[in-house]
Design a protein around this ligand. Structure first.
Ligand code: MLT
Length: 242
């Protein structure tokens, strides 16, 4: 098995992912929020790469059951029902709903990987469930760290390193690229205190300044969900049996 990590989606063209198995990670907060929403019963999430497109597709396409969610500069976007805090995506709010979702980095990374044969969403919260599914597939793998504004994000890199470590433990010899090796080294350095990694990261500091300290704590928790969101026909849904 060959495994490549991309420390930012900007370094690769979308056609690269055609026919591949890909995992997208945006710990703070897009993929953590997507996993929460689907775990809490959201029917589907429609990830979009621009606010304008979010407004366009939400206009009646999904039988009035649509919510607009996401953020710009960590804040809820004017006219949107929900921001990007996982706490906003409770069962009462999202059960049975289609959510059109835009975020600065995470949904753009998902859009970049849209031609993948298999596309999954990962965060610390569902990492063992994702690992188990990848083991059952046993295909070559691309892991995209969404990063932040085209830069590496430490929390995404450490999460990618955790995924690589878990896959290596289960599958033995995997051929990994240099970015995967770097992610693994960072994971081994920081795995005893994931919360501190998130709190002291560039994005974590911005979220704390904006009052989202609780979100960071929430996003640092490992294996609180068995949900593996997967992408098909433009929407993210819960993988059956996950
Ligand atoms: C993103 O996708 O850029 C993030 O999820 C932003 C955020 O923290 O809300």
């Amino acid at each position: 098995m060959k495994l490549n990590v991309f420390l930012s989606p900007v370094i690769v063209d979308e056609l690269y992912f055609t026919g591949k198995t890909t995992v997208v990670i945006d710990v703070l907060r897009a993929t953590s929020t997507i996993i929460t929403a689907i775990t809490n019963g959201a029917k589907e999430i429609v990830p979009v790469a621009s606010v304008e497109f979010a407004v366009k597709v939400s206009g009646g396409m999904f039988g009035g059951q649509t919510l607009l969610g996401g953020e710009r500069n960590t804040k809820k976007i004017e006219g949107f029902a929900l921001g990007n805090s996982p706490f906003e995506y409770s069962k009462e709010v999202v059960d049975g709903k289609s959510i059109v979702f835009y975020t600065t980095n995470g949904t753009k990374a998902i859009a970049k990987a849209k031609y993948s044969e298999n596309l999954f969403i990962c965060s610390f919260s569902n990492i063992t469930a994702v690992t188990n599914h990848l083991i059952s597939l046993n295909t070559d793998l691309e892991i995209i760290c969404s990063g932040r504004n085209n830069f590496l994000a430490l929390e995404d890199t450490v999460c990618a390193g955790m995924l690589v470590s878990k896959l290596q433990k289960n599958l033995g010899d995997i051929i990994i690229n240099d970015s995967a090796k770097a992610a693994l080294i960072l994971y081994e350095k920081y795995n005893s205190d994931i919360l501190s990694v998130l709190q002291s990261s560039d994005h974590g500091e911005i979220l704390i300044k904006n009052g989202f300290e609780k979100d960071i704590e929430y996003c640092s928790k490992t294996d609180v969900s068995d949900t593996v969101p997967f992408y098909s026909n433009g929407v993210l849904k819960k993988l059956k049996n996950s």
